[in-house]
Design a binder for this molecule. Structure first.
Ligand SMILES: [Fe+2]
Length: 307
């Protein structure tokens, strides 16, 4: 009856082995052919070769073949071609050229696990025990792929592809610069950002709670302080805690937790953000390279070299 999530993303990078090792370190489980699996949703990332870093493919989940027919018709009205099979539809985002597959797939049912318990004033909910966030022995493993952020040279056309073409909904907008779009109950699964050049800004991966956002980043930075980009903070759009790191090709990857969940579209009012609110609610000041990655100029001239 509708879209219900992201299945996977494929990123193209010039330095496949190095980048693949980074995502294994990030907590994704390596499988054959440079696929990587999350704890809850299986294969959700593929790394392949490309001369410059880019988002090559996005797979979106739909409930049934009726969704594919509806999407094919919508894309047709936009003048965009699509190849529709029985259980999948293939098209391409018209500005960035990214391949998009919409596939009929079962809905993801995540095992909720125990709630994270935090003490508060007059609310000593965890008694006679240290906080689980400091005693967890295991390394953080992302539960699922949450969203991808696409820099587009024509953000309005890219947004129209996702909303009018595929049926994504608008959760919030960054005035004149982009939109947070959802194809599930997550506040956003895709963020389209206006940019001077088409590029992948970041992918984002769900972890259990804010402790695991911190633990995940801490482990990544222990021997590689150069991976740090921005965190710990909390976004306004989506409310999620975040910490951004950088892979060896220059793509950012985010650990997040506690994102807004939109179940009843009627009860959510999209906002238009201006200034800092589009970026975050609190945290350290964002580094200039967050909005304008260091390799942006090189990508514009096509002279990109891995950093
Ligand atoms: Fe994000």
């Amino acid at each position: 009856m509708s879209l219900h999530g992201l299945l996977s993303v494929t990123i193209g990078v010039p330095n496949v082995a190095e980048t693949a090792a980074y995502y294994a370190d990030f907590g994704l489980a390596p499988e054959e052919d440079n696929w990587f699996a999350t704890a809850d949703a299986g294969r959700q990332l593929r790394v392949e070769y490309a001369p410059t870093r880019r988002l090559v493919e996005m797979r979106v989940a739909a409930d049934d073949p009726g969704d594919l027919a509806r999407i094919a018709a919508s894309l047709g009205r936009l003048g965009l071609p699509a190849r529709q099979g029985e259980t999948a539809l293939e098209t391409a985002e018209p500005v960035t050229g990214m391949r998009v597959l919409v596939e009929v797939a079962p809905r993801l049912a995540q095992d909720p696990g125990p709630a994270s318990v935090y003490n508060g004033p007059g609310r000593p909910e965890r008694q006679d025990a240290r906080a689980p966030g400091i005693t967890r022995p295991d390394r953080v493993r992302p539960r699922k792929l949450g969203h991808a952020v696409v820099g587009s040279a024509d953000h309005e056309a890219t947004q129209t592809f996702f909303t009018d073409g595929l049926g994504f909904k608008v959760s919030d907008r960054i005035k004149g610069a982009g939109a947070f779009l959802r194809c599930s109950t997550d506040h956003h699964n895709v963020l389209v950002l206006g940019a001077p050049v088409n590029f992948l800004h970041h992918t984002s991966w769900q972890v259990d709670d804010v402790d695991d956002v911190g633990r995940g980043a801490y482990a990544m930075l222990e021997d590689h302080p150069e991976r740090h980009v921005w965190g710990l903070g909390r976004h306004y759009a989506g409310s999620n805690f975040f910490w951004y790191l950088k892979d060896p090709a220059g793509n950012f990857s985010e650990y997040y937790s506690d994102m807004d969940c939109i179940v009843d579209d009627q009860l959510w009012t999209p906002e238009d953000f201006e200034g800092a609110r589009g970026l975050f609610a609190w945290g350290p000041p964002p580094p200039p390279s967050f909005l304008h990655p260091d390799d942006l100029a090189a990508m514009m001239t096509g002279a990109h070299a891995p950093r």
